[in-house]
Design a protein around this ligand. Structure first.
Ligand SMILES: C=C(O[C@@H]1C=C(C(=O)O)C=C[C@H]1O)C(=O)O
Length: 302
């Protein structure tokens, strides 16, 4: 445990069902007792981490790439998929090939899926839409979260999972994790756990302890899929995206990949190079994804 008198580590938690397994695993191990866990949507967590209100937090990959000078990557953990992710979608009224000049609404909750969708539309499909920011509260007013004036929209998180589970008529749900895999042969990493670099330097043991607790939480959740799905279903009953059956959640968590191995790091490198070529992130990060030297990767290479 941390020496008495030292401040408790402030750990972000994405308030979507994609992090319900992490919450379940931390509760199962009791490791959260010594940590202050703050739940919020990913963009609010990123702002809190960069402002110094959080010490460690999951953030969108794009947010990490844009602020890699101030952040470290927590080893061994990510939110991604090696194929369909089921909660990061491009939802369209018609064929994606017909979106030239049409409005595509980009969820303000997203940075990674929003940029990935633009890469896919422009570079893989070859259309040039007009992009508009889509506030999350607008989702409820339009079926499937696609504004009436838009030809398509990027939707993530529980709202996107709802679309996968109950695709509304007249809309086509395109899974961006699957599209990226088909395009590049690589997994997609949508979010990573980042540590403020100053915190990692000042408190390496606290970072290692939280890293161990998080990877242990994933291991525990993977060993108890039905308990995790039941707990997530209880969580969802009170959410704006509405209730989900345990079967849907079991399938969802089978698709989600929390690993950050060599394939995921190669995918981050490929995505960051394509993003850098578009001027969306600083130069490729091949030298910038160091594991904090004093924080061992659990159960693997140090
Ligand atoms: C898998 C997901 O990844 C999310 C996608 C993000 C993005 O597009 O920026 C950010 C955080 C993650 O919660 C999800 O939302 O379900």
């Amino acid at each position: 445990m941390k020496p008495s008198g030292s401040p408790r580590t402030r750990l972000g938690d994405i308030s979507f069902l994609n992090c319900a397994p992490i919450r379940w695993g931390l509760s199962d191990s009791g490791a959260a007792h010594g940590i202050d866990v703050i739940s919020a949507p990913p963009e609010r967590l990123a702002a809190g981490l960069l402002a110094g209100d959080l010490d460690i937090s999951p953030v969108s990959l794009v947010r990490y790439l844009r602020h890699a000078d101030d952040l470290c990557l927590l080893p061994g953990l990510a939110i991604g998929s090696d194929g369909p992710v089921r909660s990061c979608h491009l939802v369209s009224r018609g064929p994606l090939e017909e979106l030239d000049g049409r409005v595509v609404a980009l969820s303000e909750a997203s940075r990674s899926t929003a940029l990935l969708a633009r890469m896919l539309l422009e570079d893989a499909i070859g259309v040039r839409p007009v992009y508009r920011a889509l506030r999350r509260d607008a989702l409820g007013h339009d079926p499937g979260g696609v504004p009436r004036t838009a030809g398509a929209a990027v939707v993530i998180g529980d709202d996107a999972l709802r679309l996968w589970a109950d695709a509304p008529g007249g809309l086509t749900v395109h899974d961006t994790g699957e599209m990226w895999r088909n395009w590049t042969g690589l997994p997609m990493v949508f979010a990573v756990w980042a540590v403020r670099r100053t915190f990692a330097q000042d408190h390496p043991d606290a970072v290692a302890q939280v890293g161990a607790a998080l990877t242990d939480a994933v291991r525990r959740a993977r060993a108890h899929p039905r308990e995790v799905a039941a707990a997530a279903a209880r969580e969802a009953r009170g959410s704006s995206a509405g209730a989900f059956g345990e079967g849907v959640l079991l399938d969802y968590y089978r698709a989600l990949d929390y690993s950050l191995g060599d394939r995921q790091l190669a995918a981050i490198q490929e995505f960051s190079e394509r993003a850098a070529a578009r001027g969306e992130v600083p130069a490729p990060l091949s030298a910038r994804i160091p594991m904090p030297a004093r924080i061992p990767i659990l159960g693997g290479r140090t």
